[in-house]
Design a protein around this ligand. Structure first.
Ligand SMILES: [Ca+2]
Length: 324
């Protein structure tokens, strides 16, 4: 373009030499104007284009600068990213290292866990063995306790057996006593059967055994009766007809409490019926118990109470004789 303008300028200058300066005002100037006008416009246009080009170049430079700055920034960012990538790679490596360490630790833990499980199994077996031994000890202790309790129970059993034996002995003694009582009762009953009805009452005239007045009193009581208590001549006459001649019989009268005041041991009252032999009761103050048969008949006589004589019992309860 510049080369073309230069060539065009040179050609116009060569054409101008043909014109006279005096003709410039009209001929040459017009010519020149005609000649330079396109060039001038072209130059203006070229300058505008140049300006635009410069502007464009400036913009381009700015854009390039911007791009460079951007590129620089990108490069910086890239460097930063690379640094970060390196950091990440280092982190990854560190993580991988830690993973390996963790795996190793995990493996160690697994090994430790397996070892612990084995030890646990072994401890469990030892614990089971210990428990078994403990149970055996407890069982042995329980057995000892049971043996001790059994010994105590045996001792208690011996005591109970002793008590039972004592009870048996007591029962046996009681049975024997009861048997004796039954025997005595039977004897008494048998003796009661000895009572015979004489008149309106029942009497037993003991002709075999001789007792003191006191013993005779007791014996009649044992038989369920009392020494005979005569109340009237009728009773006296009926009884004396049954007596053996030469025998002497105790009756229930005595003056043991007050001399010469004869009381009935049956009624506790002073005797209302007496049949004294002549001269009786005598002056001997030691004679306090009354008998029949001292003399030829069976009149009454006071005599020594401890002398053993036959005796006459009278029933105190008529029901005793119902079975006769
Ligand atoms: Ca006398």
């Amino acid at each position: 373009m510049y080369i073309f303008l230069i060539l065009l300028f040179i050609w116009n200058v060569a054409k101008a030499d043909e014109c006279q300066w005096q003709e410039l005002d009209d001929k040459c100037l017009k010519y020149c104007w005609i000649t330079f006008k396109p060039a001038l416009f072209n130059l203006i246009s070229t300058e505008k284009q140049l300006e635009e080009f410069k502007t464009l170049q400036l913009n381009t430079n700015n854009l390039l600068t911007t791009n460079l700055a951007l590129t620089k920034s990108l490069e910086n960012q890239l460097g930063l990213k690379e640094t970060q990538v390196k950091q990440v790679e280092q982190n990854v490596e560190a993580c991988a290292s830690r993973v390996r360490t963790t795996e190793e630790s995990l493996q160690e833990q697994r090994n430790m866990t397996e070892k612990c499980q084995n030890e646990k199994i072994q401890l469990s077996e030892e614990l089971a063995s210990t428990k078994s031994l403990q149970n055996q000890l407890v069982a042995r202790s329980s057995l000892e306790n049971v043996e001790s309790k059994l010994q105590n129970m045996e001792n208690q059993l011996r005591q109970v057996e002793g008590t039972v034996e004592t009870c048996r002995a007591s029962i046996k003694s009681t049975e024997e006593t009861l048997m004796k009582q039954r025997t005595l009762k039977e004897e008494c009953q048998n003796e009661r059967r000895k009572f015979k009805k004489i008149g309106q009452k029942y009497y037993h005239i003991e002709n075999n055994e001789k007792l003191s007045w006191f013993s005779a009193l007791q014996r009649c009581a044992e038989w369920g009766g009392h020494l005979v208590h005569l109340k009237s001549d009728e009773e006296w006459n009926l009884v004396k007809e049954k007596l053996e001649m030469g025998y002497r019989y105790w009756v229930d009268l005595n003056d043991l409490q007050t001399d010469n005041t004869f009381m009935s041991a049956t009624t506790g009252e002073e005797a209302k019926f007496v049949k004294w032999h002549s001269g009786e009761p005598g002056p001997d103050n030691n004679e306090h118990c009354v008998e029949l048969g001292r003399f030829d008949g069976f009149d009454m006589n006071d005599f020594y109470c401890f002398e053993k004589k036959n005796f006459i019992c009278e029933s105190s309860n008529e029901r005793v004789f119902n079975y006769n």
